[in-house]
Design a protein. Sequence first.
Length: 227
Amino acid sequence: MKIARIVVSLALLAVVAGAAHAQGGCYTLSWNSCTPQVADQAFTGPAIYKLVLSATSVDKPNVGHDSNIVIGPNVPDAWRFDDAGCQTGSQMALSNNAFNKACPSMKGTNSLTITNFGYDPGSKIAALRLAITYDNLLTIVPATRYTLWVMSFDHTYSVAGAGTPGVDCGNADQGLAFNVEFCQMLQVDGFANFIQACPGNAPCTWAGGPQVPTVPASWGRVKGLYR
């Protein structure tokens, strides 16, 4: 039952992905904070770094949400959290629980998630897919900011500079952009409501940049990153 539900939801995304519209909410992507936004995070050495995707002004009940974050350009070994990468998926944790009490989770009962960190060697960009469905979430307060996802990246084995293959994961000090390609609420009426970045948000970056979003992947390229 739940598997059929999320398959239907993700199939819907392929149909409506080109019909984005901005109403009924906005999102913020921030380092170690729901709000205010912390747009840039420097590499300060081996540690766990948290990236938080949150939403506010959502004014309609929903049965899930779905987002894709594109990372680039020229993703280095330190950011290869795909299974074939230097870090592998074991160094990344993805949670849809509340970041803190002031930023509760947007999650209903009987939840089912689909997540994946994909890397395309041709373009040297990565994409982080974050999808969840659940039973109807009927109580939403538009003025409240909700946690959608907390992404924890464990850089215990990361180093600045080239590093040593087989020993550590290099170039953790290289600048990257984190671009939310799409963020949408799956409404109870069967439609997907695309939301935009909250006003005043700055581009989300790692180690100072670049200060421009990565080139958005096409829907076909995005689907190709997931198995």
